[in-house]
Design a protein around this ligand. Structure first.
Ligand code: COA
Length: 158
């Protein structure tokens, strides 16, 4: 199966919101997605199977720091390398914006996502206790730095 990775705009907000509903207990709405997609600080990319959006990634870069909001792939399209392609594209675009560091949060039990991020070079950098609801769960913070500090990061699990 071949996929095309394309920059998304607010016209794709509905399709992205449908993927959100399949993936998260608190999905972003079409309106929220559309307004983030319109922002000049944001970058959203989608993986398309023909006309169909199979997965997407979105985040925001301000003053040299990038935050990834979400990466989500429809269940039927998982384990085909789409998540990896999306994150690689997002990292490339962030570098073009001269970001110094990319941050993200992920549920502590979300091993597929944690593996994906580690594979892309992210390292653990902290915990937010009880950050998520439904179910209540800690968030793990991860970062990917381009300023030469990445290799010095260490995971402290206190
Ligand atoms: C996490 C997610 C985006 C991965 O997307 P995907 O397209 O299936 O991932 P890929 O096929 O590109 O896999 C890339 C790597 O991710 C990891 N991975 C993906 N799915 C995994 C799974 N079920 N179990 C363990 N590792 C997994 C592996 O390291 C994999 O590399 P490998 O294939 O060489 O083993 C997808 O599972 C998803 O949408 N989950 C629900 C939404 C979500 O939790 N998003 C993250 C929010 S922070």
């Amino acid at each position: 199966m071949s996929f095309e990775i394309i920059k998304l705009s607010e016209k794709d907000a509905f399709s992205a919101s449908e993927i959100e509903k399949l993936c998260f207990s608190h999905p972003w709405s079409e309106n929220t997605l559309a307004s983030e997609m319109e922002s000049r600080f944001s970058d959203f990319f989608g993986a398309f199977d023909g006309e169909k959006l199979a997965g997407y990634i979105g985040g925001r870069t301000i003053a040299g720091e990038t935050e990834i909001f979400n990466v989500a792939v429809s269940p039927e399209y998982r384990r085909k390398g789409i998540g990896r392609k999306l994150i690689e594209k997002f990292i490339e675009a962030s570098k073009e914006k001269e970001t110094q560091v990319i941050f993200l949060e992920v549920r502590a039990s979300n091993l597929p996502a944690i593996n994906l991020y580690e594979g892309a070079g992210f390292v653990f950098c902290g915990i937010r206790k009880d950050y998520y609801d439904d179910p209540k769960e800690n968030a793990i913070l991860m970062r990917l730095a381009f300023d030469g500090t990445q290799e010095f990061e260490e995971w402290d699990d206190d």
